[in-house]
Design a protein around this ligand. Sequence first.
Ligand SMILES: Nc1nc2c(ncn2[C@@H]2O[C@H](COP(=O)(O)OP(=O)(O)OP(=O)(O)O)[C@@H](O)[C@H]2O)c(=O)[nH]1
Ligand SMILES: [Mg+2]
Length: 202
Amino acid sequence: MKIKQATFITSAASPSQFVRSEKPIIAVVGKSNVGKSSFINAVAGQNKLARTSDSPGRTKLINYFDFGAFILADLPGYGYAKVSKAEKEKWGRTMDAFFADKSNVDYVISLLDIRHEPTKDDVLMVNYLHLQAYSYFFVGTKADKISRMNLNVRKKEICKFLKVTEDKLIPFSSVTKSGKDEVFAKLEEIVFAVNEIKGVKS
Ligand SMILES: Nc1nc2c(ncn2[C@@H]2O[C@H](COP(=O)(O)OP(=O)(O)OP(=O)(O)O)[C@@H](O)[C@H]2O)c(=O)[nH]1
Ligand SMILES: [Mg+2]
């Protein structure tokens, strides 16, 4: 799959602003600072499409990006300890509203830090996706920070921990772009499948 040019569509702060489209809408979820915005930029082949930050909790709105054949939705990160209770509740309401209606989202890419055991919040997110019967795959971010040998070990451990098969997790680095081909192949599959379901020609 070739991405010609990805463009920013809009930011949504509330359900009335959620984007509806005939194109597949793929949500990117994960804890704060895991690398969601960096992942989106790497897929786009652009540095500054989605705003990234060293300080967690940067992306507070749902930011939508048009990739031509599909739309990526950059969701606000979870599990950031320094966020106030009120903000956490607002986050929960936005997420619930987003995932409650299947016209908001066709597929989910769930990002995990490949270096660490999934957090409690990661597990909650995965359970939530199961419960809501969403299709998803995992991207293990920051793969450049560990050795190749360790990468396979971590991949096995994370999949075992989450009780998923290993084909569900793609190790990825936004720095070296390793894993990009696998991600593109997966995106191609998703776009084809969702278009078949939505009855749109791909
Ligand atoms: N080494 C390395 N650093 C990464 C990678 N992906 C992201 N980072 C760094 O991790 C930090 C957070 O990245 P973001 O893409 O802003 O993370 P996010 O998940 O969008 O964070 P929030 O919007 O706060 O939820 C930044 O300093 C990135 O440069 C990666 O693959 N490798
Ligand atoms: Mg972000």
